[in-house]
Ligand binder design. Structure first.
Ligand code: NFE
Ligand code: MG
Length: 599
């Protein structure tokens, strides 16, 4: 292949120099990105490779469906809880179990707390350093940094003395030569554009956010006993309520509810006064990134919906964020999405290291199969100065990530998809927040379909989630005070009460996007378990027709200052917040190096 156009409308040219990043860091799991650049160092071909496999789906077979959440939750410790939530919903769907109102509220609170914590950690600790030059912060004037911080927010930690102290800490790290978490950055790269004062402000908030995020997760520990990997329960929430607290160790009482309300209020304050102002300040220097890295986003977006306001009702009238798809960039309406319809969601393996029976290349997850078929499609291509290097061959199988498709289309999922879907669906709460940010940056709605837009959408969603979190804690407290202390429904907990054979699907909007678990239960045991995960959508390889996935599409057209220091690739890929642990849920058998490639 050299120059072609994919069925989903992207021009690919693989004739230029090949550049590889492996592993991509500041993500969860193992991701490799290969691109071809033209003579002007603009990306003309992109290949997204998931290089790990774990097999969680296989070890679920034959287990008690009521235990499944505890296993699948270990798919990932970053989006902790989401696989448990999708799992208990799938099992409740199969067993036709209803959950009580308190359980719905508690699940929403735990899940909203995760959104707040996960988005905050992504912005500061996984993505900010693509835009913020830590070493340049040493050149900042602490007094002017304080003026800058005070001009964008009334957050109290903003004195010249405070910023001087932070600068001294960074200087100690840099002078020691041991940069710790700031090691191996492209410091001094010409694509960094912030004034040193903005760099210093952002580094200070990086440290504050690191300390604060551990407060947020206390909410999950109150209801689920621990974090990461809190407890969940098929049929409800594993949290006993005893308002007056006497005698019940670990029960939810007034003191615990006050702690949750206090952490939720502090989270909202931090996001309003630190995260959102920082996002807007940094975005103002990088507005050209509202025209780069859009990929599939201006065309195809997919959401399963989340946060039911009514227990056991997953229709759009109940969901705070709607279910639906945007197709071919048509923002006039949402297309209905049905997770049960075998013609809608399918996973393809034409370019993935799996094998399907009877030569099939696509299966609906209820019929899904996880059988490895690892064959290294290695080839030799031109690297630096045309010198031959080894690369993966995207014309063959090249990833442990399957290729999920909705009605045959590659889709982008995640905060951008959710914010745009809610906007299109006329959700006023989301629309107000989105319009507010667009106005402040003085950019149109279409600016969202970009690398910076994806990053901004996550920040908007984090603020939205913190607002919802505060409200949901109030709602739970009010419901408990009204006398309702039921958190679990154990009716049908005995396998004798189950149908001999059933199937279920559990939806979830995980922080990174649409997540579904599809299960089959036979004679009280799991007969099949298939997870189709947000990063499976976004990190998808090509399918049999040649449609490229969301990362691959987003990298096209992006110019690199220097192919040996591909900071711009990190900006694009990090804007999706990749989690390959989730995406493959399935490491080379003996962890050997499969191939060595240099740029
Ligand atoms: Ni491991 Fe996950 C989220 C899920 S991945 S981070 O959010 O599900 O895509
Ligand atoms: Mg899967």
């Amino acid at each position: 292949m050299s120059a072609i156009t994919t069925p989903n409308g992207f021009a690919l040219d693989s004739s230029g120099r090949r550049v590889t990043i492996d592993p991509v860091t500041r993500i969860e799991g193992h991701l490799r990105i290969e691109v071809n650049v033209d003579g002007g160092n603009v990306i003309r071909n992109a290949v997204s490779v998931g290089t790990m496999w774990r097999g969680l789906e296989i070890i679920m077979q034959g287990r008690d469906p009521r235990d499944a959440w505890a296993f699948v939750q270990r798919i990932c410790g970053v989006c902790t809880g989401v696989h448990a939530l999708a799992s208990v919903r799938a099992v409740e769907d199969a067993l036709k179990l209803q959950i009580p109102k308190n359980a719905n509220l508690i699940r929403n609170i735990m899940h909203l707390a995760l959104y707040v914590q996960d988005h905050l950690v992504h912005f500061y600790h996984l993505h900010a350093l693509d835009w913020v030059d830590v070493v340049a912060a040493l050149k900042a004037d602490p007094k002017r940094t304080a003026e800058l911080a005070q001009s964008i927010s009334d957050w109290p930690l903003a004195s010249p003395g405070y910023f001087k102290e932070v600068q001294a800490k960074v200087a100690t790290l840099v002078n020691s030569g041991q940069l710790g978490p700031f090691k191996n950055g492209y410091w001094g790269h010409p694509a960094y554009r912030l004034p040193p004062e903005a760099d210093l402000m952002a580094v200070a908030h990086y440290i504050q956010a690191l300390n604060f995020q551990k407060e947020i997760v206390k909410i999950q520990t109150v209801f689920g006993g621990k974090n990461p990997h809190p407890n969940w329960l098929v049929g409800g929430a594993p949290s006993a309520i005893n308002v007056h607290g006497a005698g019940a160790v670990g029960a939810i009482n007034v003191e615990r509810l006050d702690l949750v309300a206090s952490v939720a209020a502090q989270a909202l304050e931090f996001i309003r006064k630190v995260y959102v102002p920082d996002l807007l300040a940094i975005a103002g220097y990088y507005k050209d990134w509202t025209r780069l890295g859009g990929g599939l986003s201006g065309r195809n977006l997919l959401c399963y919906g989340e946060f039911p306001t009514i227990a056991n009702d997953d229709s759009n009238r109940s969901l705070r964020l709607p279910r639906g798809a945007i197709v071919n960039g048509d923002l006039s309406h949402l297309e209905p999405v049905d997770l049960r319809d075998p013609s809608q969601i399918q996973e393809e393996v034409a370019h993935s290291w799996y094998r399907y029976p009877d030569g099939r290349s696509a299966l609906h997850p209820w019929e899904g199969v996880t059988e490895l078929d690892f064959r290294l499609g290695e080839r030799t291509v031109g690297g630096k100065d045309g010198a031959p290097i080894a690369a993966f061959d995207e014309a063959q199988k090249y990833s442990y990530v399957k290729a999920p498709r909705w009605k045959g289309q590659a889709m982008e999922v995640g905060p951008l998809a959710r914010m745009v879907a809610a906007y299109v669906d006329g959700r006023r709460d989301v629309k107000e927040l989105v319009d507010g940010v667009l106005r402040k940056l003085d950019v149109p709605l279409s600016a969202l379909f970009s690398t910076l837009g994806r990053t901004a959408a996550r920040g908007i969603e984090c603020l939205w989630a913190a607002q919802q979190l505060v409200a949901e804690v109030d709602a739970l407290t009010a419901n408990i005070k009204s006398g309702d202390s039921t958190t679990a429904n154990t009716e049908k907990w005995s396998p004798d009460a189950w149908d001999k054979s059933s199937k279920g699907v559990g939806y979830c909007e995980a922080p990174r996007g649409a997540l579904g678990h599809w299960i089959k239960v036979e004679n009280g045991r799991l007969a099949n378990y298939q997870c189709v995960v947000p990063t499976t959508w976004n990190a998808s390889p090509r399918d049999a027709q040649g449609n490229i996935g969301a990362y691959e599409a987003a990298l096209l057209g992006v110019p690199l200052h220097d192919p040996v220091k591909p900071l711009e690739i990190l900006r694009v890929v990090h804007s999706f917040d990749p989690c390959l642990a989730c995406a493959t849920h399935v490491v080379g058998e003996d962890g050997q190096e499969m191939i060595r490639v240099t740029a």
